[in-house]
Design a protein around this ligand. Structure first.
Ligand code: NOJ
Length: 543
């Protein structure tokens, strides 16, 4: 079972630079993070996901790598990294980080050499063309900053291919040497003790004329090879795919259980937000029904927010307009095809809605991911450029710089939140830790509920369809254990009749309070729910 640890884990995503600064230079580092491991352990998570840790010019916050075998010196040294792994493992926490396969920084020595000399051994590490006319059917991802996937290189008079920023040239996976390099890099970090990778930008590795250059068969072949290499040497390492695709293109990344262990559920995420706004269970139920069963040894990674914009790529144009209108009226909140806001502001700081979102995150099938700071309801700063507004320093206390750093406030990599509603004086770990009613303690309690049940990661899901469409209902089941989950997606109190006579004789026990509810019988089971209310019921035969 330990090899399948990722099937029922809770992942916490964080920025080293944003978590805790131990050197007072205004940037977080490994030692700072080590000093906060007990906080994470106490929260109840199982795995830390570190955003990129490598040397970088940081024009894409570390997704522009200059050296795959080193640590960003702002964060510490390789020894500090190893120490972090040891200290995490000692607490029973796994650690995964980023594998940026698709591209490097233009400052990577491979690209520097390639662009200067066509006979360089690294020339063929990248994708070059005499004209910017190839691969015309390929979409642009960073629509707000790039107008083409080709950029002209003054040094050699050619164009190079890039799916993201112009300063992130794509690697050429048709070159077997590139594949070898990546396999070596993977081995280097796994060998140092890393438990796996969140694999960035997976669909874009290969190019082929006449296609949209996404999800090509060769990509799957490479992933299978990578997985095989890992499995040959290690037993409990994982690969988590970032493939922002529609279900039909996303599911193949699980292969026959021989590609990725996990993949983000990109189609589900925006539909959770849609369901809550529309007060209708349709968006969640429909998309879940479009997602076929995945191989036994695989798992969805489910999330509400992350370090990027809330991606609206996997929705229709109408749905995107709807989401913009409802969640990002101010244009400043929008970037590319998405919304650059954190969870609490998206929920208008309504505690009931935030709890409801967490309950959905923790009960829908998959392994939940919490984005740092969302457990205390941190706000965002939409006036910072790019996606930086959701990447501000962690708010530990009401002390100087939110206790994130002892440095000069002007030195911080980004200002701590001074927003009247979300500023660090009031929204911080210290102020929440001892208040049993704080959001932080709610998140801890839902983690406890999830762990007590041991079913949400592995059980199947069956939807119940009440006439009242404002109510979402499903049953999670594993062996003879059943949990009935009922959510009011509406801002008003709601009654609901559940047609669940097949559960006749079961007694629902509400999981947060261990409250015993009336036995289910032949007649429709009647419940009332407060605005955004929810029930998670363990169903017992006897009590
Ligand atoms: C996806 C990452 O999440 C995002 O932050 C980054 O900009 C792109 N991939 C390019 O690496």
């Amino acid at each position: 079972m330990n090899n399948l640890w990722y099937k029922d884990a809770i992942i916490y995503e964080l920025y080293i630079k944003g978590f805790k600064d131990s050197t007072s230079n205004g940037r977080g580092d490994f030692r700072g993070l080590i000093s906060k491991l007990d906080y994470l352990k106490d929260l109840g998570i199982d795995c830390i996901w570190l955003l990129p840790i490598y040397p970088t010019p940081a024009k894409d916050d570390g997704y522009d790598i200059m050296d795959y075998y080193n640590i960003n010196s702002d964060f510490g040294t390789i020894n500090d990294f190893v120490k972090l792994i040891e200290e995490s493992h000692a607490r029973g926490l796994k650690v995964i980080s980023e594998l940026v396969l698709n591209h490097t920084s233009d400052l990577h020595p491979w690209f520097q050499s390639a662009k200067k000399d066509k006979s360089s051994p690294y020339f063929d590490y990248y994708v070059w063309s005499d004209t910017p006319d190839k691969y015309k059917e390929t979409r642009i991802i960073f629509t707000d900053s790039e107008t083409s996937n080709w950029t002209y290189c003054k040094e050699n008079g050619l164009y190079y291919w890039h799916r993201f920023f112009y300063h992130q040239p794509d690697l050429n996976y048709d070159n077997p040497k590139v594949q070898e390099e990546m396999i070596r890099i993977v081995d280097f970090w796994l060998n140092l003790g890393l438990d796996g990778f969140r694999v960035d930008a997976v669909p874009y590795l290969f190019e082929e004329e006449g296609t949209n250059c996404e999800n090509l068969p060769k990509t799957h072949e490479f992933v299978k090879r990578l997985r095989k290499e890992i499995d040959a040497k290690y037993t409990d390492k994982i690969l988590l795919a970032e493939a922002n695709q529609w279900p039909e293109d996303l599911i193949p990344y699980f292969g026959d259980g021989d590609e990725f262990h996990m993949a983000y559920n990109f189609p589900l995420m925006p539909r959770i937000f849609m369901s809550v706004k529309q007060e209708h269970h349709g968006p969640i139920v429909d998309i879940m029904q479009r997602l076929p069963k995945i191989p036994e040894n695989c798992q969805w990674a489910i999330f509400l927010r992350n370090h990027d914009e809330l991606s609206l790529e996997m929705v229709t144009d109408e749905e995107r307009d709807y989401m913009y209108n409802e969640y990002a009226k101010d244009r400043q909140m929008r970037i590319n095809k998405g919304i650059r806001r954190r969870l609490a502001p998206l929920m208008e700081n309504d505690r009931r809605k935030i709890e409801l979102m967490y309950c959905l995150l923790f009960t829908l099938p998959g392994t939940p991911i919490i984005y740092y700071g969302d457990e205390i309801g941190m706000g965002d700063n939409i006036y910072l450029g790019d996606r930086n507004g959701v990447r501000t320093p962690m708010q530990w206390s009401e002390n100087k710089n939110a206790d994130f750093s002892n440095g000069n406030p002007s030195q911080l990599y980004a200002p701590v939140s001074l927003d009247p509603e979300y500023n660090y004086n009031s929204i911080n770990v210290d102020s929440q830790v001892n208040n049993p009613n704080s959001l932080l303690n709610f998140v801890k309690s839902i983690i406890k509920v999830r762990k007590k049940c041991n079913i949400f990661g592995i059980g199947k899901i069956d939807f119940v369809y009440p006439d009242n469409k404002k109510i979402l209902v499903f049953i999670r089941e594993y062996n003879d254990q059943k949990i009935l989950c009922v959510f009011n997606l509406s801002k008003k109190s709601q009654p609901v009749e559940l047609h669940i006579s097949h559960l006749n004789g079961y007694i629902p026990i509400e999981l947060f309070g261990d409250t015993v509810f009336p036995k289910i019988g032949e007649l429709p089971y009647f419940l009332t729910l407060s605005p955004y209310g929810y029930y998670l019921f363990l169903l017992k035969k006897d009590y």
